[in-house]
Design a protein around this ligand. Structure first.
Ligand code: SAH
Length: 248
């Protein structure tokens, strides 16, 4: 069954009013018409069976036949704090993180972030990434859309999340491994989300690692091989959500 997103405020009196772009998708791409049934979600956890109505304007309307609360969220909340990667790589990271079951995403401006994101550009990027998160939900059947934060400076993120569980993937860490953190309960599991921090392509600087440690983050290694940023976060999220969440 095809799934479409509708803003909660566009669900009125048991009818859903599709946006122009969803209407286009339904009609032109999926070739659906009045009388066909689709699944609609509004990002709040509700999922609706909807019958498409006869077209009265350029935007489509559907009648709700039934609804069910079905959020498909992981019982363990893990947020991804991702050093902003270049170009489309960041889009892919967000898409995969949503599929894996990440709860929310914090794009991070670090010392070695190449992308420049001043003012309006930062907002545009956030909107684009939020759309990617929503689109990933259409595909993977999540009914809650993970929040994508506006880009944050590394130091501001640490300030704002002091005292909360932060796990920093650090390529130069020699002592502590992710396995130790999970097996020895080095981070309190009751306090969620855990924030999983991943460096951009150029990695974290020594100064950033020191600052994170000083603010209470746990620095971990993922083993002897250096992984690309898009690999590291997804693998670590997979391991954590397999152990504590609903993956597998
Ligand atoms: N350019 C750096 C590598 C950066 S990899 C270098 O050559 O050393 C990008 C990010 O992925 C890192 O900042 C870290 O967060 C994560 N990462 C990659 N491999 C890792 C590993 N073996 N252990 C922990 N984190 C790793």
């Amino acid at each position: 069954m095809h799934r479409f997103f509708v803003d909660p405020q566009d669900i009125i009196n048991q009818q859903v009013h599709f946006s122009q772009s969803e209407s286009r998708h339904i009609e032109r791409v999926m070739r659906l018409r009045s009388g066909d049934t689709v699944v609609v979600f509004d990002g709040s956890g509700w999922e609706y069976q909807v019958e498409l109505l006869e077209k009265a304007s350029s935007a489509l309307v559907g009648q709700i036949i039934s609804r069910e609360y079905q959020d498909r969220e992981s019982p363990f909340k893990l947020a991804l704090v991702q050093g902003i990667a270049k170009g489309e790589k960041m889009d892919t990271i967000i898409q995969k993180a949503v599929e894996a079951g990440i709860d929310s995403i914090y794009p991070l401006l670090t010392e070695r972030t190449v992308v420049q994101l001043a003012g309006q550009k930062s907002q545009q990027k956030q909107e684009r990434w939020q759309t990617i998160s929503r689109q990933a939900c259409k595909q993977c059947r999540r009914n809650r859309v993970p929040f994508v934060s506006p880009p944050l400076e590394f130091a501001s993120f640490l300030e704002q999340h002091q005292g909360q569980p932060i796990l920093m993937l650090y390529e130069s860490e020699q002592e502590c491994t992710l396995r130790q953190v999970l097996k020895k309960d080095l981070l309190a599991r009751q306090i969620q989300p855990w924030y999983l921090m991943v460096g951009p392509e150029g990695g974290f600087s020594e100064a950033e690692a020191a600052m994170a440690r000083q603010k209470g983050a746990i620095l971990v290694s993922l083993g002897p091989r250096i992984l690309r940023t898009e690999t590291a976060g997804l693998l670590a999220a997979g391991i954590i959500l397999y152990e504590f969440g609903d993956l597998g």
